[in-house]
Design a protein around this ligand. Sequence first.
Ligand SMILES: [Fe+2]
Length: 434
Amino acid sequence: MTTFDLRTSIAEALERSRDRSTLLTDAVDDDELVRQHSKLMSPLVWDLAHIGNQEELWLVRDVGGREPVRQDIDELYDAFQHPRAERPALPLLNPTEARAYVREVRDKVFDVLDRTPLEGRDLVDNGFAFGMIVQHEQQHDETMLATHQLRKGAPVLHAPNPPAAPAERLPAEVFVPSGPFEMGTTIEPWALDNERPAHPVHVDSYWIDTTPVSNGHYLAFMDAGGYDDPRWWSERGWAYRNEAKLVAPRFWQRDGDRWVRTRFGVVEPIPVDEPVVHVCFFEAEAYAAWAGKRLPTEPEWEKAARFDPATGRSRRYPWGDEDPTAEHANLGQRHLRPAPVGAYPAGQSPLGVRQLIGDVWEWLDSDFQPYPGFKAFPYKEYSEVFFGGDYKMLRGGSFGTDKAAVRGTFRNWDHPIRRQIFAGFRCARDHRPG
Ligand SMILES: [Fe+2]
């Protein structure tokens, strides 16, 4: 890519992320921007100014070497200084100030982008710092989308429905043969530190579900008494199920003799052919045990998503090396729900596994650990401080994840009790010859 093309693609990615932040924050009035919709989340106005503050720290001050715009607010928007529950009580910028602040920072960033050589320093090679800030804003946009899902009141977000699944019979599972594959990446320019470096991993043969688990299948688990049977739950999972009184995915409620759900303010019947979403790791684990299966591990997920048995290579995405389009995957908040299971045939992996990218994040039975040869970059707080914590891995992105913020190698992690995120799962099982 020429430097001109790289600058143009960075500018486009910055604009796309800002359009989305603007849509998510302009959709509600100022009173709703400063309110905390759930103890789990920040006020939307905190996310907005925090996006601007991170952009200022990295691109204006570090990459650009410019004077600070608002050094006095750094502490307020440092996510490590203030847990989410505390943030509404802070002397935050009001909505008008926050909007003016992010605009001022962005104007300076476009100037920095024009004048900075995009090489010669690890932080700027191939536009890395800009890519990191684009991903940061998109990650907060997905968090803000989750805040919208938690918000009470009439719907304010609207989008067309995703494509239907083609009428074809898919096998329930795909077989993945034993052998090594290349996991992680050394060459992906905007890959974050925890995705690096590329390294070989041996994976024993296994079966993996062709699609994420649907609401219909999940309802069968519920109807079979799955939530009331400790046999299917891990010890921690059962304790959490009891403490939180789990009986169904989050945002589901009984309506007479059926279940309905609330989705961005709309109450609707449960679509049985859509991937289940808003379940925690423990619910996913219990379903898998009930189904006689288990959750995939992180190497199993990545091998299913990237390994091409014809060439022995790992691809950037299941469909190949080209960036995602609307034909490949349900990404970028283009739709406000996952697509039915079996959709996006053009996005399937060489082995025939579907919907690995987009629709729902997938819970995996792996903890967050560094790859061999990991180096923290550009700061320890991105990944390193989380290694070995109480987290489970999530892969593939959701309908609320932008294409800049997910890849075949992208790693996400969260506490196993989290349910407000757009997470579902698929199952796997060991291959027992004979
Ligand atoms: Fe952040």
